[in-house]
Design a protein around this ligand. Sequence first.
Ligand code: UDP
Ligand code: MG
Length: 318
Amino acid sequence: MTPAYNEEANVPLLYEAVKAVFAKKDMADYDCELIYVDDGSRDGTAAAIDKLTNTKNLTVKFVRFSRNFGKEAAVSAGMQEVTGEAVVILDVDMQHPPAYIPDFVRRWEAGADVVVGVRSQDEHEGLIKSWGSKLFYILMARISDVDIVPRSTDFRLLDRHVVNEFNRFTERSRINRGLIDWLGFDREYIEFKPDERATGTPAYSTKKLINLALNSITSHSMAPLRFAGYLGVGLTLFAGLLGVFIIFENYVFHDAMQLKISNVAMLAIFTVFLMGMVLSSLGLIARYIEAIHAEVFNRPLYVVRRKRGGNDTERPIR
Ligand code: UDP
Ligand code: MG
């Protein structure tokens, strides 16, 4: 399945590439449904999709949004339409080369539930983008509780079982990649060399990317707010102890150590003490927000891989 936003030229390109993959001998036994989610395109994307025809083992489907809702929404919509045993999510701009689909499928047949495409070295990205993404992965690895492999992309194969679990998510500001990582399951990684975007320009500006990164950090972790709290506790302790020391030294022992602490210095220490209090309260509030956050996201409490016995809702899993 593929999200498409103003991609009229790429729609037939992807179709031809996928058709070629499934026409190959080793893929001829698989039935493929190619689902386009037209994310409210304003160019000829819809017409281009309408022109595509079904072949022996390839069925074209589409979902058309009433306006642009963004890639994450488009992929989520596509996941609702999937009827197959597994789905491959890929960009329509050919940056996720369909030629890798057989590799994904082989890994899946070998037992993987999730197969993640990992970008090999990428000459197409600028310095800011590459440093930005490095920083992002380092940050994410430190502060969140899901494993995130650097350079992993949205180019992924998901088993039916994972799709079903994915479709249970109700949160609104979502990063599908993060949600899939959160689900767990047996995952494997395939390195692929991203192609240059076939036609058109990427819709994701640097601003959008930064937004996306911030969003994934805040939706996966409270670490930034908690950090403010710890800083506050540290400051309060430091300034508090210093204050107590000064009060004794100055007023009880009448400056026996000849420190001659000025009034301004005392005021500064008092101010730092108060700032520490404010920051620690922020950290405390973070705890409450964290609880609310978890409730509104309404994530499943757990995800079952497979089970036996119990009631008859056992799902047949490979
Ligand atoms: N896309 C979408 N809605 C949007 C922006 C992008 O469905 O609002 C699709 C786009 O058509 C493409 C994929 O998401 O299939 C990736 O977009 P793009 O190539 O612009 O981003 P990048 O390659 O930089 O990740
Ligand atoms: Mg792209």
